[in-house]
Design a protein around this ligand. Structure first.
Ligand code: CAO
Length: 538
């Protein structure tokens, strides 16, 4: 066993900053195993050990700026007979920092209308490397030095920039293609004079080529990445991470922009990926409908137990479905609610007068059947309320039938059975059907067909209380009538205040299908009909 001093190899350029130390004293490492990760303004490089052995000391520190010849590692080399410590340089990293490209000989400033330029992979240090990101598409207008693709070898992540500004006319690579020096990346149509590449300046030819015969200029490979660390594959955000971390993130489908880096400059370390995966696994699954497609930021998850005792109760299926429906409707429909009041003093007097007959018939006559009749009348008068918008929003589908849903509060959640052909049914029939459907809803006896085909919905909280609310439209319907608790109010009849029973109405509507004036007319029509139910006969 012999001790060796391993030095930093040629990194190209002025060296770089140590952003990750991958070994510790006492570690047994193999030749080619990464010792340090160094980041320059051009590339991220992993520096391997040239020998197999046991690490005695890591001589470079996090944040050090290192360059060729500096001490990196003291190592006890396995299988060596030498007795004296010797110094050796780590084998230069093959793909760490491509050499700058020699000035192209054939490139010249050419005065011409447009030219086709081929951009190829520059010298990337010998090895071939797979394409891990394609940053342009055919038709894109790009600037000189814009990243075209990103290559990632075992040792480095590199962007291949464009040599010229122009329009991409052909893309010659696919994700995963293994590329090496000279491979064709894109063809670009360049307008006007073709200047020499910005990233690899070369002398301009003294004589421009004749305009009449603009020969396509074969481009020398572009210079390697001019920009700092590349963006994560899935987003445009800049992420600091070494090739190994990027490789793991791709294997696990992790968006690096979501990972909090704890290294210098918020660099993402392997431990950060491990912690991220652990956190994700510990999270409960988010219901897809909560955010799917909405594009709105999710409400942050909070541990409420930090403030006291809590209990977590799962929502039953009905509540989950209702929640999805409410959210879908609320997110898709521009809601407006029109509030009004109906004087139901006479209606209530009539209803009470029917009590004995109702009892004889075994029916409870609440205000609801009257509201159904009034709504059916108004829907016939104003058919835009009895419609749905086509999915593409270009037409209105008028329904020539009048089916009205009634919101029923049940112990398991909200259900909306639909009363069919309300306009053809009398008060007693409607009262009986309301009671029957509400009873079925509460006893989970409703059939799917009994909850379908509605044109409009009534949501009555009148038996509970309240002076108004903003019901959510039961999409794809375009309006819903909320009913609150009737109350005696002083009403000015022109000469004096008289007590009248006023019923609060809250008409929510889809403002894409109904405008405000129409909604006000509809609410006024309902109030008028309820104030004098004889008008329902007209
Ligand atoms: N103002 C004053 N009293 C009212 C009233 C109103 N607007 N509406 C009903 N009442 C009275 C009824 O007249 C009845 O009293 P009487 O027996 O003395 O006549 C009492 O309140 C109870 O009525 P009810 O609730 O049993 O019957 P209903 O026909 O009014 O309503 C139903 C039936 C199924 C709509 C109702 O029970 C229900 O479930 N409502 C909840 C709807 C809901 O949850 N909506 C919110 C949905 S989310 O937007």
């Amino acid at each position: 066993m012999a001790e060796e001093l391993v030095k930093i190899p040629d990194l190209g350029g002025d060296g770089g900053e140590v952003v990750e130390i991958n070994v510790a004293p006492g570690d047994r490492i193999s030749a080619e195993e990464t010792v340090l990760t160094v980041e320059s303004d051009k590339a991220t490089m992993e520096i391997p050990s040239p020998v197999t052995g046991k690490v005695i000391e890591v001589l470079a520190k996090m944040g050090d700026t290192v360059s060729e010849g500096m001490d990196m590692l003291r190592i006890e080399v396995e299988g060596s007979a030498a007795s004296e410590p010797e110094a050796r340089e780590a084998t230069p990293v093959p793909a760490a920092q491509p050499e700058p490209v020699a000035a192209p000989a054939v490139e010249a400033a050419v005065e011409t209308a447009s030219q086709t330029i081929e951009v190829r992979v520059p010298d990337i240090g010998g090895d071939r490397a797979p394409v891990v990101e394609i940053s342009v598409a055919v038709g894109d207008e790009i600037q000189a030095d814009d990243a075209l693709i990103t290559l990632e070898s075992d040792k480095a992540t590199m962007e291949v920039p464009s040599t010229h500004a122009g329009k991409v006319t052909a893309l010659h690579v696919n994700m995963g293609d293994e590329l090496g020096e000279g491979d064709l990346v894109v063809t670009i149509e360049v307008q006007g004079a073709v200047a020499t590449p910005v990233s690899a300046p070369a002398p301009v030819a003294e004589k421009p080529a004749p305009v009449s015969a603009p020969a396509p200029v074969a481009q020398k490979p572009a210079a390697p990445a001019a920009a700092a660390p590349v963006a994560a594959p899935t987003t445009g955000g800049v992420v600091y991470a070494g090739p190994a971390v990027r490789r793991i993130s791709r294997e696990f489908g992790i968006d690096l922009t979501q990972v909090k880096g704890t290294g210098p400059k918020s660099r993402i370390l392997k431990e950060d990926i491990q912690n991220f995966v652990k956190e994700q696994l510990a999270k409960p699954a988010t219901p897809a409908a909560a955010v799917a497609g909405s594009g709105i930021p999710a409400i942050p998850e909070i541990d409420f137990s930090q403030w006291g005792e809590i209990e977590i109760l799962p929502l039953n299926k009905l509540r989950q479905i209702a929640a999805e429906n409410f959210q879908r409707s609320w997110l898709n429909i521009p809601h407006v609610t029109q509030h009004d009041e109906a004087d139901i003093t006479e209606l209530e007097a009539f209803r009470k007068a029917q009590k004995a007959i109702a009892e004889a018939k075994g029916v409870r006559l609440t205000p609801l059947p009257f509201l159904l009749k009034a709504a059916a009348y108004a829907l016939r008068e104003m058919p835009q309320f009895c419609s749905s918008l086509s999915a593409d929003g270009t037409s209105r589908i008028l329904k020539k039938y009048i089916n009205i849903g009634i919101a029923v509060d049940t112990p398991d959640g909200l259900m909306v059975p639909v009363i069919k052909d309300v306009d053809h049914k009398g008060l007693w029939e409607l009262a009986a059907e309301c009671a029957e459907l509400a009873d079925k809803a509460r006893n989970k006896k409703l059939k799917p067909a009994e909850m379908k085909g509605g044109c409009f919905t009534l949501s009555s909280l009148g038996s509970i209380g309240g002076t108004g609310f903003t019901p959510i439209v039961n999409a794809p319907e375009v309006a819903i009538l909320g009913i609150s608790k009737a109350a005696i109010k002083p009403h000015w009849n022109g000469s004096e205040f008289v007590p009248r029973l006023m019923l609060p109405l809250s008409l929510s509507y889809d403002h894409r299908a109904v405008n405000g004036a129409e909604a006000a007319h509809f609410a006024v029509l309902l109030s008028t009909l309820l104030a004098d139910i004889r008008k329902l006969l007209l």
